[in-house]
Design a protein around this ligand. Structure first.
Ligand SMILES: C[S@@+](CC[C@H](N)C(=O)[O-])C[C@H]1O[C@@H](n2cnc3c(N)ncnc32)[C@H](O)[C@@H]1O
Length: 533
């Protein structure tokens, strides 16, 4: 937590200003600085308005430039809320970095994961399996809901394919990290510093007739009471085997809060072991040793911190924030899961030494995890056919797409299927002309077969496609009339994309590494430990 200390700010003396020449020099410097800062600020759209000072720390952290905070929601009973400390223009990104989601391909019915996760079609996970649902870290899971007209932001579930630099033919880490990275939100109105960032959930039970007011806090209050969630940026890890990693977006001082990590609790890891390999989700969870429970941290970037026992520069502790229900850690595990809302416990990532801007962050996952990884890396060999596997992002999206007929002679890689983005939802089956959608919901993206390709009057390719609204059933033969056959005509090339067929992505690699991150022993509540013996 950050504290403003204006009195001690004065301790930084400017005694040399007593001399006139020095005064002139200082004035020129100030003007140059103001111009440079102004230019820099313009490039970032809006200026951080907050000034902070933590002079007691030898290595002064740059908290003043924090752009996003987690703090008590200004919505009554809203719990924690997301805040911006900068002005954001309508249409601009309204978060500091993209979110990451982890899909479970066949979510068991009736489990806590099914009820507390994102639907398959929100972030383009339709094609992974029969009942895909996602756990997401970052802003997506932290938003509170406000009605249309009041809510500030909108999710932008972009179809970003990424294997995080890990190819199944060459990397032991392939299949051990999620490909669903790149989820953003954008401002749907001009947002001013101090505003709580909200989205409209769509199904939130708003009170009829109630006039909702946009929730906000004073920016200075945020600096005093908020937890900065902007200290991490996500990039390719320095060691390519690790996939992405978390990096310091500003300098961080020893002992400083790097990021809060609210936790989602799931009572049984077994629920994720019905398929082989076990669901990738477990790799992103803490597990108190000996228990079967999973704790999923969803604070922005926390989940992206890789392991190193040699280069460790952050550690975990239970949060001191009032929203961390520490009393919930004093009940037996069984009773913990009977609590009204088994959420509300928060870990914190804290710097164990001064960290320079741009340094990769490393947590020590412990020797058990390290040995498991070393063994995996030593024994790993690529699965059969790995060198023929093509990731969707490797396809050239400017090339004309071959029709089903043409594919008989020149097939595409067998793991890939086409998707078509269609606005034609309000229909019975039959033939419809494609039109430019006025929405960007990912539900519009469905599996399709390319039946015909023709030039339009402008000389551009247009396609006739057969759409499959049962996304994961990509096997149907378009020539055999089905009960419901949906045809779109005049589909432009830009509406056609590629996805991996169900059950073929790296998520399902038989040789993928799976291991939870053991919760450090000293953080496991004694009563939970008692349950272990
Ligand atoms: C919590 S995730 C970390 C973020 C992940 N790197 C990503 O790109 O999404 C944990 C996974 O990252 C990878 N990882 C983390 N530390 C690693 C290390 N020291 N060596 C190899 N892989 C590592 C492993 O696949 C592990 O299961």
């Amino acid at each position: 937590m950050v504290s403003i200390n204006t009195a001690s700010r004065a301790r930084y003396g400017y005694r040399f200003l007593k001399r006139p020449l020095a005064l002139l020099t200082a004035s020129v410097l100030v003007v140059v600085c103001v111009i440079l800062i102004g230019f820099n600020t313009l490039q970032r759209t809006s200026a951080p308005r907050l000034i902070a000072n933590t002079p007691s720390l030898r290595f002064r952290p740059d908290t003043a430039s924090c752009r996003f905070f987690l703090a008590e929601s200004a919505i009554p009973h809203g719990g924690l809320g997301l805040y911006t400390a900068i002005d954001i223009k309508k249409g601009d990104f309204a978060q500091s970095m993209a979110d990451l989601c982890i899909y479970v391909a066949d979510t068991p019915k009736g489990t806590d994961f099914e009820t507390h996760s994102w639907a398959r079609d929100v972030f383009n996970g339709d094609f992974e399996g029969k009942n895909p649902r996602a756990a997401c870290e970052g802003f997506a899971t932290l938003f509170n809901s406000m009605p249309p007209g009041v809510s500030t932001s909108k999710l932008m579930p972009q179809n970003v394919n990424t294997n995080a630099g890990l190819h199944r033919a060459t990397h032991a880490g392939a299949g051990a990290v999620s490909h669903y990275f790149g989820i953003w939100s954008k401002a749907i109105q001009d947002i001013t510093a101090g505003a709580e960032l909200t989205i409209d959930y769509g199904d939130f039970p708003y009170q009829k007739g109630k006039k909702y007011v946009a929730p906000k806090h004073d920016p200075a209050w945020l600096l005093e009471n908020g937890m900065c969630i902007d200290n991490i940026k996500i990039q390719q890890a320095v060691d390519p085997q690790m996939g992405r990693g978390a990096f310091a977006s500003r300098r961080l001082a020893k002992g400083q809060l790097v990021a809060p990590a609210p936790l989602q609790s799931f009572p049984s890891r077994k629920a994720f072991a019905r398929q082989k390999p076990e669901a990738l989700f477990v790799n992103y969870c803490f597990q108190p040793r000996g228990t079967d429970i999973l704790l999923f941290p969803y604070g922005p970037g926390v989940n992206l911190i890789n392991h190193s026992s040699q280069k460790t520069n952050v550690e975990l502790r239970w949060s001191t924030n009032p929203y961390h229900h520490k009393e919930w850690l004093t009940v037996e595990l069984d009773d913990y899961f009977k609590l009204d809302k088994p959420g509300g416990i928060i870990l914190e990532v804290v710097a164990t030494r001064d960290i320079a801007e741009g340094e990769e962050l490393f947590l020590d996952y412990g020797s058990e995890w390290e040995q498991a990884w070393d063994q995996h890396a030593e024994n790993w060999k690529p699965v059969d056919g790995a060198d023929r596997y093509v990731y969707p992002e490797e396809m050239d999206n400017t090339e004309p797409v071959r029709t089903v007929e043409e594919q008989k002679n020149r097939p595409y890689p067998e793991n890939l299927a086409n998707t078509c983005f269609t606005p034609n939802w309000e229909r019975d089956f039959g033939v419809m002309r494609w039109k430019q959608p006025d929405f960007d919901w990912p539900e519009g993206n469905v599996n399709c077969h390319i039946l015909k390709r023709e030039k339009n009057a402008k000389g551009d390719d247009e396609y006739e496609v057969s759409l499959n609204f049962d996304s994961y059933d990509y096997t149907f033969d378009p020539k055999t009339p089905r009960k419901k056959l949906y045809i779109d005509t005049h589909v432009p090339r830009s509406a056609i994309g590629w996805v991996e067929k169900a059950y073929t992505s790296d998520l399902h690699l038989k040789n993928a590494f799976r291991h939870t991150i053991p919760l450090p022993e000293h953080l496991v509540p004694p009563l939970w430990k008692a349950a272990i013996q």
